[in-house]
Design a protein around this ligand. Structure first.
Ligand code: ADP
Length: 332
């Protein structure tokens, strides 16, 4: 086996790491994609376990998700297509209708239902860089550091003609304040708000997506700023969506998976989120490995799913509905 692909993969991985340390995101993005390309080439040169390992390495590195990978949530996909994807892919036609690209879309719903996943899919579908801001980027850092990090992130994002900015855990970042809010936190929040000015009228080079599991905890003043003009509910997957998530989770398994086993699992996982289903499939795969199984049968699935515990509780669903009622939000 030639060492060329291996050397190249290592070289790009190191370059990506270095770029990340220097917060040079576009360069990191490029090197990660190159590393993935060489991992794939390596996989094609190998067989058996080694091939499998390089394949999954390439997949992890690429992590390019497309809209077609997102199971279910047709209403959300439609909104995103209409506002963010189609006007870019058919720019001339959109212009003739006087349509602008963008605006902000708030994705709300129980945890693990694919909010982050769909935001990544927008970037993947349009081949755009993806920038993410989480509560950890803002809290629990040295004084002043988070403010600079956020500024740098936006400065990097602005170097691209267009990119996707995803803000996760909005309920933590823009939480309703009961007491005094720390000065530094306030500063970071103002930086984000300033940077996002212009999202509404399409003046920013960002497609903005935000996510929350607990919309009722978000500061109303923040919601009123109009940065998220569309609010889309991302709910628990229905039966066909669960089936797609299961099939997807077995994509790289080289042993046959029985149809009745897939259908059994899809119906047994009502009330489970996509993340829950991935967890169950992972434990099925581990059991199969442990038992040296060479076929995924319904008996194997049954033995691994004696106690399914969905992570989302009724209370969360009820609170979301109450928030919708109070804010006169109707699901499409
Ligand atoms: P959230 O951001 O809503 O908490 P994530 O996007 O992190 O959830 O979902 C966790 C994982 O579950 C995803 O990476 C994906 O593999 C899987 N998943 C969840 N929902 C879906 C879905 N509707 N379609 C495909 N995969 C999904």
């Amino acid at each position: 086996m030639s060492n060329f692909n291996y050397e190249k993969k290592l070289e790009h991985e190191k370059a990506a790491e270095k770029a990340l340390m220097e917060d040079d995101f576009p360069s990191a993005f490029y090197h990660v994609a190159e590393a993935a390309k060489f991992a794939l080439a390596l996989a094609n040169q190998c067989t058996g376990k080694l091939r499998e390992a390089y394949m999954s390495n390439a997949n992890e590195l690429m992590e390019s998700v497309r809209m077609a990978d997102v199971a279910g949530m047709e209403n959300v996909k439609r909104q995103i297509r209409l506002r963010m994807i189609d006007p870019l892919q058919h720019a001339e036609e959109a212009r003739k209708h006087g349509l602008k690209v963008g605006g902000g879309i708030l994705l709300y719903g129980p945890p693990g239902t694919g909010k982050t996943f769909i935001a990544k899919a927008v970037a993947g579908e349009l081949d755009l860089p993806f920038y993410t801001i989480t509560a950890a980027d803002i809290f629990g850092k040295y004084v002043g550091e988070s403010e600079n990090n956020i500024r740098d992130l936006f400065a990097e994002a602005r170097k691209n003609p267009l990119s996707v900015v995803f803000i996760d855990e909005l309920e933590t970042i823009f939480r309703k304040r009961t007491g005094d809010i720390h000065e530094t936190t306030q500063k970071v929040i103002s930086v984000i708000l300033q940077e996002l000015d212009g999202v509404k009228d399409g003046k920013n080079p960002f497609l903005l997506l935000g996510a929350t599991n607990a919309p009722w905890m978000i500061d109303e003043a923040f919601m009123r700023t109009g940065r998220f003009d569309v609010k889309a509910y991302v709910g628990l997957p229905d039966l066909p969506a669960r089936e797609q998530i299961i099939r997807n989770a077995f994509k790289h398994v080289e042993y046959p998976v029985d149809e009745d086993a897939i259908m059994y699992l899809a119906s047994a996982t009502g009330k489970c989120s996509g993340a829950d289903i991935n967890g169950i499939v992972q434990s099925i795969r581990q059991t199969a490995f442990e038992r040296h199984a060479d076929r995924y049968t319904i008996e194997l699935f049954r033995s691994c799913t004696q106690h399914i515990a969905p992570s989302c509780n009724e209370e969360t669903l009820r609170k979301i509905e109450e928030w919708e009622r109070q804010n006169e939000i109707t699901r499409e």
